[in-house]
Design a protein around this ligand. Structure first.
Ligand code: FAD
Length: 305
């Protein structure tokens, strides 16, 4: 397409916080819903699949890469603005490509409370809506007023309650799992004014708690597994004797700092090394506790089986 840049054979490891994975056959970063729609049409005409990537902080990309078109929603779609909502609260409008932490920091700058947890999450605003990202008793759904998305035919706007949010899931995740198209383009959030000093000190407190408990200096995709109902994944992994465990010296390891994170030491592990360790942990935890862990991390491309 003349005015839309589509690159070929683009390495994806740098677009994933796991720092592994092969290339995308085609890769593009659209600027709006119209471009998203045109890219899907282009892929359809070519008969290839599409994967929508945000900041890649919850994805494990296959070593074979993705044999289709990766549409990355990033800085080209990172609008950020605010307006009084009329009831003393403030409406923030963001593009899906804006870093979620930037949204959190903006709320802090405006003395808005409720998004303090967002400051520590390394995803995009679109990825946060898709996953209903959350931490320290806060969830994305708590402040979402409405979401703009492309549904395969047109651009739609739906209100928060229609987004069907649940623990690390949303309407968009559901549509995606059913093979339907749903590309998040942005959201409106409504938050209340609070005390700036209290908000800033909560942000700082959460930052310290994260730094103390999570391996933030080593590549990972955060919590590898979902929290099983009634349990904590990290505790089950520890009880199975796997904290700090590595199958070999590939670089893939259960973090010695937080057993819920699988890390890629030095970025030298392949996706298949990480995947082997994930499968091993699932089996050992099941043997030890009878609980089958489910991946929170999303797989991109072909992993066999
Ligand atoms: C160090 C670290 C700490 C983390 N801590 C937390 C935490 O505390 N809480 C938490 O919930 N998560 C956490 N995560 C995981 C991750 O940051 C979140 O899941 C985040 O919301 C993913 O956003 P993303 O843009 O990176 O999505 P990606 O990883 O790029 O994609 C995730 C999924 O969302 C889909 N997607 C992304 N953008 C769009 C879009 N615009 N339209 C449609 N689909 C889209 C993708 O197709 C994919 O299926 C952490 C990760 C790391 C590395």
């Amino acid at each position: 397409m003349a005015d839309l840049r589509i690159e070929e054979n683009v390495p994806l490891a740098g677009y994933s916080t796991f720092r592994c994975g092969g290339p995308a056959r085609y890769f593009a970063e659209p600027s709006d819903g119209d471009e998203v729609s045109r890219l899907f049409k282009w892929a359809e005409d070519k008969g290839i699949e599409v994967f929508v990537l945000g900041n890649g902080s919850n994805c494990l990309i296959s070593d074979n890469g993705f044999d289709g078109l990766v549409i990355r929603i990033a800085r080209n779609m990172s609008e950020l603005k605010s307006e009084e909502s009329g009831d003393g609260r403030v409406k923030i409008t963001c593009g899906a490509g804006l870093p979620f932490a930037r949204f959190g920091n903006y709320c802090t700058e405006l003395s808005l409370t409720g998004a303090e947890f967002a400051c520590g999450i390394p995803g995009s605003c679109g990825g946060a809506v898709f996953m209903n990202a959350g931490a320290y008793d806060g969830e994305t759904k708590d402040f979402i007023d409405g979401v703009t998305y492309w549904d395969g035919e047109s651009i739609r706007y739906i209100k928060g309650p229609e987004c069907d949010f649940g623990y690390r899931k949303s309407l968009f995740e559901k549509l995606n799992s059913e093979g339907k198209k749903a590309v998040i383009l942005g959201f409106d959030a409504v938050l209340s004014k609070g005390d700036k000093t209290e908000i800033s000190s909560l942000v700082e407190d959460l930052r310290k708690r994260r730094t103390a408990s999570q391996p933030l200096d080593v590549p990972s995709a955060g919590s590898t597994f979902k929290r099983p109902e009634g349990f904590y994944a990290a505790k089950l992994i520890e009880e199975a004797g796997l904290k700090g465990f590595a199958i070999d010296d590939s670089g893939a390891q259960v973090s010695p700092k937080h057993a819920g994170f699988i890390v890629n030491n030095g970025g030298r592990a392949n996706a298949s090394d990480v995947m082997r360790l994930i499968d091993y942990v699932v089996e050992k935890v099941f043997e030890n506790s009878g609980v089958r862990l489910e991946k929170e991390v999303r797989l991109v491309g072909y992993f066999g089986g």
